[in-house]
Design a protein around this ligand. Structure first.
Ligand code: KG4
Ligand code: ZN
Length: 343
């Protein structure tokens, strides 16, 4: 049945995301209009362990996914029969967690006789920017999350070149580990973001990892160790640790490297726009500093709303739409892949 406000050419995608610790389903029209986006966060479950426990994440996805899909359909007021395709994150991520989403998506696609579209998680973090912005190609994309820190040159929906990446820890991982060492809880990013506003970023001189002069790669394990060493040294000397200053000094060091390298890459490639995505793109200091640098260099800067920065299925609905238009349909033998380069 075609509803009054829907054209025959409209494409409605039911999208599923279960790559880590959020159980998500969204209904997205034409790769742009989010009719609903439901996220069941597992933070309360994993908080007690100080990080994501993969087996627990898979079990919780199994428990929650059908409910989340029902809610997404209900909120969107879209009937299951109006769905044109099923999009699902199949890589990269926790393999057991991904499998829950992939199997559910396959079952729905098979039952409805509609195409199944497997999507790449990192691509979805980039494409989250298309929901609220109209962005011209080419652009530079910085994806910074709990599992990834990548710089891409994006020339088209399917022409994405990796220009730099972390050689060790992801930036979100560094935030989470530093927060744990400070006893601030999980996930550490939003808490450090908040505490840093109350501290002095110039108080402690943590190392900024530039690597070689021309490199667009990153490294965050050094600064993580430097923070841990600083905390141990202060404890041994019996000196007071000002948590706000540690947060502000750590944050300013890691964010400056992200911003400077992204802007340098845009200038070197003569590209006029930068977008950010992934959980760490919710960071207020990153948004602020990138805005300032981009204004100075006459670059456009785009970022998603907070709810589209961290894991969600609306971004999967956008990616699946463009994959569908390109004819990239998956078979019912689609499998989950824990680690997969986006190229
Ligand atoms: O994209 P995401 O939800 O999951 C992955 O694909 O990894 O990112 C989660 C990461 C966590 O490490 C979390 O601490 C970080 O994003 N994060 C932040 C902020 N909000 C979430 N990091 C810094 N500042 C924030 N405001
Ligand atoms: Zn993510």
């Amino acid at each position: 049945m075609i509803k009054n406000n829907m054209k025959k050419t409209d494409k409605i995608i039911l999208a599923i995301e279960t790559s880590c610790d959020d159980t998500c389903c969204a209904i997205v029209k034409n790769g742009k209009e989010v009719l609903s986006s439901i996220i069941a966060s597992q933070i309360d479950l994993h908080k007690q362990f100080g990080g994501v426990v993969p087996e627990e994440a898979s079990r919780m996805h199994i428990e929650k996914l059908s409910l989340v899909i029902d809610k997404a359909l209900e909120e969107s007021k879209v009937n299951l029969n109006d769905i044109d395709a099923i999009g699902v994150t199949y890589a990269p991520g926790l393999v057991g967690a991904l499998l829950v989403g992939v199997n559910e998506a396959k079952a729905i696609a098979y039952a409805l006789g509609k195409p199944l579209v497997g999507t790449h998680h990192i691509k979805s973090h980039i494409f989250a920017n298309f929901i609220e912005n109209d962005i011209d190609f080419p652009f530079i994309a910085l994806v910074a999350s709990g599992g990834h820190t990548h710089l891409f040159k994006v020339e088209d929906y399917d022409k994405i070149t990796l220009m730099g990446r972390t050689l060790d820890d992801a930036i979100g991982e560094a935030y989470d580990k530093v927060a744990r060492a400070l006893g601030l809880g999980y996930p550490g990013g939003p808490i450090i973001d908040k505490m840093a506003k109350l501290g002095n970023p110039n108080k402690i001189d943590f190392p900024k990892s530039w690597l070689s002069k021309d490199s667009y790669d990153f490294s965050f394990s050094g600064i993580k160790s430097a923070v841990l060493n600083y905390l141990n040294k202060m404890k041994m000397k019996g000196e007071e640790i000002v948590v706000e200053d540690v947060c502000a000094s750590f944050q300013s060091a890691v964010i400056e490297v992200l911003v400077v390298k992204s802007v340098r890459l845009a200038k070197a490639e003569n590209i006029k726009s930068i977008v950010i995505g992934g959980g760490v793109s919710a960071n207020s200091y990153l948004r602020e500093m990138m805005t300032t640098y981009c204004e100075k260099e006459d670059l456009n800067f785009y970022y998603p709303s907070i709810s589209y920065c961290t894991d969600n299925a609306a971004m999967v609905g956008v990616t699946a739409y463009y994959e569908l238009l390109s004819g990239n349909i998956s078979g019912l033998d689609l499998n989950a892949v824990a680690s997969l380069q986006l190229e």
